[in-house]
Write a new protein. Structure first.
Length: 359
């Protein structure tokens, strides 16, 4: 098991990664909490509750269920969960554990940050995306209409516990979806992780825990290092948006029904790689190597039938845009990206056209 430490202005917390990580939750049994609640999904709880409760020792904790899927990331669901907490007697000395993927983590984190002006939070991510990315860094939020994560807060958890065994129950498509985020981290971090993925990506089924654990830890360390230096996305943390400007637009234009988040990021990576080529910031040789690693993960849902104009109109609505100017995270080489603002719309449209033609 590996322990990574996130350090920020006035706070720090550990990210426990590896087999047996849930045992780290035993420290909360006698920590003086008036009550402990677990927000999760029913099927996930049915599959893993025995192991979770045994390892954590939190047998008196009460589970609160939310429906699976992106629709649960809403202000309406925040109200429902908060109302359930109130009904069950939760107070300012209660602890909330978010056990689930990105939806549960973002929703549970936002509820914890706002319930009675903030109660303690633990993230227990159960998907690849959540374990290496979304559960780390303290970003919480819900969607407003079609706008992803528009309402949220920065709220660091007390602890993150990433148990890789839970990944064995993921559907193959959901598991592959998370690998696109790992590829993103490899592009950001440099050649060591990138080469390791080139060598091992094809032999990383969710059942191969021994091979998966060090990859997950390396990818998570990229996120930990970035957020420790830039807690609130002042500048450096923007690099983690690599592939996400296009990706969020693809999710939105398909009403979150076609792409899993990681799949949208996968297309987003291919699109931003091509944009980097067109802007002469990225050499063709490096672009080809990056794109090959993205495609090595597996098949992506189709892109060819999407209306380019609709996708491109959504790009300036990215929540990281300032004054309608998109802050593009463009790769220059493996291990280096650049924040670019004044990108000609014709180049953006051209990149989308190029990738769409090969989809």
């Amino acid at each position: 098991m590996q322990r990574l430490r996130v350090k920020g202005g006035g706070f720090h917390y550990d990210v426990e990664m590896g087999r047996g990580a849930w045992r780290s939750l035993r420290q909360f049994r006698d920590a003086g909490y008036s009550s402990i609640f677990i927000v999760t999904e029913k099927l996930l709880w049915q599959r893993w509750s025995k192991l979770f409760l045994r390892d954590s020792g939190l047998r008196k904790a009460r589970a609160l269920f939310v429906p699976a899927g992106e629709n649960s990331k809403s202000l309406n669901m925040v109200g429902r969960v908060a109302g359930k907490l109130l009904e069950c007697g939760a107070d300012r000395r209660s602890l909330l554990i978010a056990l689930g993927g990105g939806v549960v983590g973002d929703l549970g984190g936002f509820v914890a940050s706002t319930y009675m002006r903030g109660i303690d939070l633990v993230q227990a991510p159960t998907t690849v995306v959540a374990q290496v990315d979304s559960a780390i860094g303290g970003k919480t939020g819900v969607n407003l209409g079609a706008m992803k994560n528009l309402v949220g807060s920065f709220y660091p958890p007390r602890l993150v516990v990433a148990e890789p065994l839970v990944l064995t129950s993921l559907a193959p498509r959901a598991f592959r979806s998370g690998l696109y985020e790992i590829v993103k981290h490899a592009i950001l971090s440099g050649r060591t992780l990138f080469r390791e993925l080139e060598e091992k990506l094809g032999s990383l089924p969710s059942s191969n825990i021994s091979a998966l654990e060090p990859i997950l830890a390396s990818a998570a360390k990229v996120k930990v290092d970035v957020v420790s230096r830039d807690e609130r996305e002042a500048h450096l943390r923007l690099v983690l948006n690599l592939g996400h400007t296009f990706g969020h637009a693809l999710e939105e234009v398909t009403a979150y029904r076609r792409f899993l988040h990681g799949e949208a990021v996968g297309w987003g990576l291919l699109l931003i790689i091509r944009l980097g080529e067109r802007l002469k910031l990225l050499r063709p040789r490096d672009a080809e190597r990056m794109a090959r690693l993205v495609r090595q993960v597996g098949p992506l849902p189709p892109l060819r039938d999407l209306d380019p104009k609709r996708v491109l109109r959504l790009l300036p609505r990215d929540k990281k845009a300032i004054g309608g100017r998109i802050q593009w995270v463009v790769p220059e080489r493996i291990g280096k990206v650049r924040i670019v603002t004044d990108v000609p719309p014709a180049e953006v449209a051209g990149a989308f056209h190029d990738v769409r033609q090969t989809a």
